[in-house]
Design a protein. Structure first.
Length: 126
């Protein structure tokens, strides 16, 4: 039970963090990027959407969810894609941000990278 709560908390906290940084004004983001030494956020988009489905998969793989979730990988990918699309749609409605097809492409690349790693790890375990 504690693993389920911890995994759920990690997945939710990370999701909220991704959404927070997605809604902060571009000027504020540039301050964060400069502080962290980041030149471009393209790799952040990819990495964010590798880690997001991984944390969701981790949550769905716990005992609490195993009885309800039959395919944690599929659900993780579906939820990550849904969150990516919602995030970009919400950004399109914000005056300080904009939606970009490039961002969706980078999110998709991250999700595909997660999928490849997850399938690869599963094959290594067998």
């Amino acid at each position: 039970m504690m693993k389920s709560i911890a995994a759920g908390t990690a997945a939710l906290s990370y999701t909220l963090t991704v959404f927070y940084f997605s809604f902060v004004s571009a000027g504020t983001l540039q301050i964060y990027y400069k502080w962290a030494g980041i030149e471009s956020d393209n790799l952040l988009h990819v990495f964010s959407f590798v880690l997001l489905p991984f944390l969701i998969r981790l949550m769905f793989s716990t005992k609490l969810f195993k009885a309800v979730i039959q395919n944690p990988r599929a659900w993780s990918v579906t939820i990550a894609v849904f969150l990516s699309v919602i995030l970009e749609m919400l950004q399109a409605a914000m005056p300080t941000r904009h939606a970009a097809v490039l961002d969706l492409s980078l999110h998709s690349a991250g999700i595909l990278l997660f999928l490849a790693c997850d399938v690869g790890f599963e094959k290594l375990q067998k």
